[in-house]
Each structure stands twice: as structure tokens, then as C-alpha cells.
Design a protein around this ligand. Structure first.
Ligand code: NAD
Length: 492
């Protein structure tokens, strides 16, 4: 049954190479499914290795001979990136609907949170173009040393399906602000907003060839990008497994890498916390975007003295979420389906494994067929989890909360850190000293105190340990997309 959309048309499945939309030459067709009803909305051939090669040739020409990197002023770059942010705002309904169709996120979330945030990212980086500069350094007498900050060159951007537009803007806006040229490969599951973004970028005045979009599969288009000698850097967000693969493949050509990978973040609630605020925080931490969030607070560490009361309240809120789970295109839906059949099976598999390992299911635990024919999983809560269970160690990427009790502050930090990932963490307490001690002790790239999942374009974000390296957003993102050159001048 055809989807009835109010704001958007399903885009034609094409690649933007140079300034032209062309058909992909991969032999295998990619199906795009609406997770709300599990039906196909589009099917097309994505980029082949040959398409990647063609795009790289155009990108190198745009970098070396086009205006973007060296010929136009930084102020003109600001103007174009700012205009793009305005266009994202003007097309917010359409972008939000496309994102919902691709991902199954409730329209209220895409329209009110993710699309406006994507516009803000372009505004923020538009402001940086005129402020990226080197320095002069006191060196030997009779010598002048100065540094130049130059674009890295052609940047391959590879993005995941969980926040398709937002994750793309983190990379593309920063890379373009620094004067780079970008080839973007969105996830094969969620190509629509990447296509729309590229169309709007041309409308904003971005020269042709500066942002190209190659929808395609990871194994074919993604690997071809990683292996291509004409791409100087890969900026990747996705799973740790694929991040490791990309690192291995790029060892041969020493490509620069930024890797934003998975997580299994602890959300630590002390007995002296504002309980209602912490309950709301715990719910938002695990159930926002149906748990398909890299920084999801999927391990709830609660001080034993308040654990039962706390979990009772979390359960009460989860009941309300369950009641509001339904078709993501409906304005009433507050909790969507998982992105795909694969993801549904994976999450259900973990729920079974948790029970088999001896964790106690206190809420949810299974598919929610009442919500519709899509890939809906009930918000699920486990108690009695111990750190060596799979549901405590591995990234589930679904609405499944694993509760672990602790008795002492030091024990909480040790438990929180006893995991291969280190993306984010939450702390809930009224004691500022305890909060700061814990914030220092936690091995995570972001620590939220009395809040969770708050983001801002100016805040650096990235992982410790198996959650990757490099920081996106904020001024530190500029390091990802520039090379520093040292210039010596003899003054004698
Ligand atoms: P994924 O690793 O399966 O895919 C990510 C991207 O890589 C896709 O575009 C895919 O096509 C491509 N890809 C797959 N195989 C490839 C290969 N061999 N070579 C090159 N590219 C390849 O991840 P996903 O399932 O799309 O996304 C979910 C994962 O992303 C989760 O692990 C999540 O934690 C992580 N994530 C991390 C952050 C962060 O900021 N740290 C943010 C969002 C998502």
C-alpha cells in the first residue's frame, strides 16, 4: 500500500555526482522499507566502485581547481553555509517526514528536535569559516615560524541509520567550513535526507562537486571509498565492528580517520538524587529514538537502598510510553519501531538471552503487535543484571534497559567503567562533590550530571576506548578536518 505523505515526495533513487543526479551502477538493488508497516517504499541501484571512482575524480578537481577551498573568501563560505541552514529550516516538514519514513522515528521527534538541530549545526560551523587560522611561534633568533591550517582535502563521510541527517551534518558542516570537499555515503537503509540535503546545498550556492552523495551499500560503495587513494580522510560514524574494519583497510594508505562508534553507557543514580528528575532522565536515556542511540543510557546503575522504588517509577513511565507506541507518521506516536527486521530480531534475541542468563524481566519483553505491523518492540526493563551478562556488556541498540544495583560510590564507578565502550555516562546526585568525583572517575567522552542526552553544536562529542576517537562538534571538530603546516622563514 502506497504511503500517504503530507509534506514530502519519495526521492528518485539516484546519486549526486558533480552537479547531476545519475543512476547508480551497483548490480544489487537496495530496498528502502518504512519501519512503521514493514513495507517497501523504494528500491534502486546504489553506487558501485566505478561510481565512487568517478565521484573522486570530480571531487579532486573541485578541490584543486574549484573555488571552494582556496578561491572564495571565508566570508563567502559563511554566507553559503548559513543559507543552507535557513533552507533546512524552510524545508523542515519535508525533511522530517522523509526522516520518519526512513527511520521510524516519531514525526514529533524529527520535526521538533532533529531537523532544527541539523539547521543549527550548519549555523554554528558557518560562523567558524572566518576564524580558522594558524599562529606565529617564537622560535630560534633570526627565524620566524608560523603555522597554516589547511583543509585535509577530499573527505569521505560514511554515516549510520539512527540519526541520518543529524550525524551527516556534524561531519559535512565541519568539513565544508574548513574548506574541504565531501563525498557522502549515507546508510543504505536511510538515504532520503542525505539526497535532500545535497539538493538544498546546491540551491544555497555550494559549487558543484563540493558535496556529492553516493547512496550505496557499505560493502560496495563504503569499502571502495575507504580504499580509494584519492580520498584523504574518512569520517565514519557507525558500529565498532565496521570501524575496526575501516581502520584495517585504511592502514594500507594511512588515510586520516575519525571514528564515532558504539556505546553501552552507564546512567548512575545515587540515593540522594532528585528521584523524579532521575526517573525522567532514565526513561529519556534509554527510550529516546527507541533505544537506537549511540549514547543510550542502557545500563542503569542504581544505589541499592532506592532501587525498588526507583524501578517502580521507571516502570510507571514505561507503561505510558507503551500506550503511546504506534505509527511514527501519526502525530500522537511517542515511540516508534526498530529500523529493520534485522534490528527487531537482534533486540528480541537479546531479550531472550537476558532471561536465559537469569536477569528478571520487570516490564515489556517482546514485540508489540498492537502498535502496528512494523518492527515494534515493547519498552523493556530488566532488573537483577550483573556485569558479565551479555545484556550488560553488549550494545543492544534497542529499548532495553539493564538495571544493576550498587552499594558504594567507588563500586559504582568501577562497575560503570568495567565495559569495553566509553562513549557517555550519566550521574544523578544532589552532592556536587560526589558528582565531580564521579565525573572525573568515569571513562567516557561525555558525562551528563543531573541530565542526559543533551547536545549542542558547540559541545565536543566522541568516545573513549572502543567507542572510537576524534571529537565532533565544537571547536575541536576543526582538528578533524584540517592539516597543520609549519612554515619556517629565515630572517637573516
Ligand atoms: P554500521 O557500522 O553497520 O554502518 C554504518 C555505515 O557504514 C553505513 O553507512 C554502512 O553502509 C557503512 N558500512 C558498512 N560496512 C562498511 C564497510 N565494510 N566499509 C565502509 N563502510 C561500511 O552501523 P549502523 O548499524 O548503521 O549504525 C549503528 C551503529 O552506529 C551503532 O553501533 C551506534 O552506536 C553507532 N553510532 C555511533 C555514534 C557516535 O557518535 N559515536 C552515533 C550514531 C551511531
Amino acid at each position: 500500500m502506497a504511503l500517504k505523505l503530507q509534506h514530502a515526495k519519495i526521492p528518485e533513487g539516484k546519486l549526486l555526482v558533480g552537479g547531476r543526479w545519475t543512476a547508480g551502477r551497483s548490480n544489487t538493488a537496495m530496498d528502502v522499507i518504512y519501519p512503521g508497516n514493514a513495507e517497501k517504499v523504494a528500491s534502486f541501484h546504489g553506487a558501485s566502485a566505478e561510481d565512487v571512482d568517478g565521484a573522486v575524480r570530480i571531487a579532486r578537481q573541485a578541490l584543486e581547481q574549484g573555488p571552494w577551498s582556496t578561491k572564495i573568501s571565508p566570508a563567502e563560505r559563511t554566507r553559503i553555509l548559513w543559507r543552507l541552514s535557513e533552507l533546512i529550516g524552510e524545508h523542515a516538514d519535508e525533511l522530517a517526514e522523509l526522516e520518519t519514513v526512513n527511520t521510524g522515528k516519531p514525526f514529533a521527534e524529527t520535526r521538533n528536535i532533529e531537523i532544527p538541530l541539523s539547521a543549527e549545526i550548519f549555523q554554528y560551523f558557518a560562523g567558524w569559516t572566518t576564524k580558522i587560522h594558524g599562529e606565529t611561534i617564537p622560535a630560534k633568533p633570526g627565524m620566524l615560524n608560523m603555522t597554516l591550517r589547511e583543509p585535509v582535502g577530499v573527505v569521505g563521510v560514511i554515516t549510520p541509520w539512527n540519526f541520518p541527517l543529524l550525524m551527516s551534518t556534524w561531519k559535512i558542516a565541519a568539513a565544508l567550513a574548513c574548506g574541504n570537499v565531501v563525498i557522502h555515503k549515507p546508510s543504505e537503509l536511510t538515504p532520503f535526507t542525505a539526497m535532500k540535503l545535497a539538493e538544498l546545498a546546491l540551491e544555497a550556492g555550494l559549487p558543484e562537486g563540493v558535496l556529492q552523495v553516493l547512496p550505496g551499500t557499505g560493502g560496495e560503495a563504503g569499502e571502495a571509498m575507504v580504499l580509494h587513494p584519492g580520498i584523504d580522510k574518512i569520517s565514519f560514524t557507525g558500529s565498532t565492528k565496521i570501524g575496526q574494519r575501516i581502520m584495517q583497510l585504511s592502514a594500507s594508505n594511512l588515510k586520516r580517520l575519525t571514528l564515532e562508534l558504539g556505546g553501552k553507557s552507564p546512567n548512575v543514580v545515587f540515593a540522594d538524587a532528585d528521584m523524579d528528575a532521575a526517573v525522567r532522565g532514565a526513561i529519556n536515556a534509554i527510550f529516546y529514538n527507541k533505544g537506537e542511540v549511540c549514547s543510550a543510557g542502557s545500563r542503569l546503575l542504581v544505589e541499592r537502598s532506592i532501587k525498588d522504588e526507583f524501578l517502580e517509577k521507571v516502570k510507571g513511565r514505561a507503561e505510558k510510553m507503551l500506550a503511546a507506541q504506534g505509527d511514527p507518521l501519526s502525530p500522537k506516536s511517542r515511540l516508534g519501531p526498530q529500523i529493520s527486521q534485522n534490528q527487531l530480531d537482534k533486540v528480541l534475541g537479546y531479550i531472550e538471552k537476558g532471561q536465559a542468563e537469569g536477569a528478571r524481566l520487570v516490564f515489556g519483553g517482546g514485540r508489540n503487535t498492537d502498535a502496528g505491523p512494523g518492527f515494534f518492540v515493547k519498552p523493556t526493563i530488566f532488573d537483577g543484571v550483573v556485569n558479565d551478562m551479555c545484556i550488560a556488556r553488549e550494545e543492544i541498540f534497542g529499548p532495553v534497559l539493564s538495571t544493576i544495583a550498587f552499594d558504594q560510590v567507588e563500586e559504582a564507578a568501577a562497575l560503570a567503567n568495567a565495559n569495553d565502550y566509553g562513549l557517555a555516562a550519566g550521574i544523578w546526585t544532589r552532592d556536587i562533590k560526589k558528582a565531580l568525583r564521579a565525573a572525573k572517575a568515569l571513562k567516557a567522552g561525555t558525562v551528563w550530571v543531573n541530565t542526559y542526552n543533551v547536545f549542542d553544536a558547540a559541545m565536543p562529542f566522541g568516545g573513549f576506548k572502543n567507542s572510537g576517537f576524534g571529537r565532533e562538534l565544537g571547536m575541536h571538530a576543526l582538528d578533524n578536518y584540517t592539516e597543520l603546516k609549519s612554515v619556517w622563514i629565515d630572517l637573516t
